[in-house]
Write a protein that binds this ligand. Sequence first.
Ligand SMILES: CC(C)(COP(=O)(O)OP(=O)(O)OC[C@H]1O[C@@H](n2cnc3c(N)ncnc32)[C@H](O)[C@@H]1OP(=O)(O)O)[C@@H](O)C(=O)NCCC(=O)NCCS
Length: 181
Amino acid sequence: MNNRLSRARSFRRVDDYEAVKELAIRAGLDVVDKSVEDIVAAFGYYIGESLMATAALEREDGQLFLEWVAVDSSIRMRGVGASLVAMVEDEARTHGMKELWAKARIPEFYRRIGFRILEKDEIGPKTLEGCVDCPEFGTSCNPAIVVRDLGDDIPVPSAYSSAPRIIQVEKSGAKSGPNRI
Ligand SMILES: CC(C)(COP(=O)(O)OP(=O)(O)OC[C@H]1O[C@@H](n2cnc3c(N)ncnc32)[C@H](O)[C@@H]1OP(=O)(O)O)[C@@H](O)C(=O)NCCC(=O)NCCS
């Protein structure tokens, strides 16, 4: 196959949830208590056929949450994570969801893409239960619960409007579309 085409970059829906898990582990997520069978929809960023980044909507106790957000360390800070979360937001809207909740290992990432970080005394459908016994808790990991309002009447901050963010498949190394990668 033409080498340039084999390295084509694209955002698309992921069918192979085991690949999502492998990437999550590679990116340092704790997946011990998680099952890919709970994934309702997953989106990925591919270089060629390699899954390089992902984000998913997961069912937990009958509710849907943002989970499995992982970007390969070689392509971070280029807008890929933000774009994939936006794809999950759109998917959540198709499920009639008005808010998207997540447990965040890196709350600042979510704050920057339009989520609100819950105060410690606020209660939501997602909690930090399961984190408090982790040796990383409060040391190398300072998680928080975050929520994104999916209502149409809420202005979307900066470049993180979800609609036009899907990147065209690149046929060369050049960047394309409105995104940063
Ligand atoms: C967190 C993670 C998903 C971010 O992905 P990414 O593609 O690098 O993020 P983006 O480039 O889309 O960044 C979006 C915004 O978040 C900010 N951001 C990204 N990573 C950040 C970090 N570690 N700390 C603070 N802000 C961060 C970016 O600066 C950008 O803000 P800006 O546009 O105002 O500059 C990625 O670093 C990762 O996979 N980490 C390991 C796995 C993990 O912890 N996942 C769960 C995240 S809670």
